[in-house]
Design a protein around this ligand. Structure first.
Ligand SMILES: [Zn+2]
Length: 82
């Protein structure tokens, strides 16, 4: 997860250096980053459906261990992610 974020940052930096600063290149890099993180967006609480990566209004690059809405222990259901 952190690797894909780091990859996205490096991609933006590389694109910026090769083509110069471009909104299109930046948008493409963000798109790649979103595709790389698509599994993250499906990482939801099995009980209430809340995304494990959201803590209130903030998105964090690692999942909550316990659901912030209903208290479900997410380590049991998503043990393959950690
Ligand atoms: Zn929940």
């Amino acid at each position: 997860m952190l690797g894909s974020v780091a990859f996205g940052v490096l991609l933006v930096a590389a694109v910026d250096r090769i083509w110069g600063h471009s909104n299109i290149a930046f948008a493409a890099a963000i798109l790649v980053l979103l595709i790389a993180n698509a599994p993250m967006l499906r990482f939801n609480c099995p009980r209430c459906g809340k995304n494990a990566f959201f803590r209130g209004p903030f998105v964090i690059p690692w999942p909550n261990r316990v659901c912030t809405r209903c208290g479900q222990d997410l380590r049991e259901t998503h043990s393959q992610n950690r």
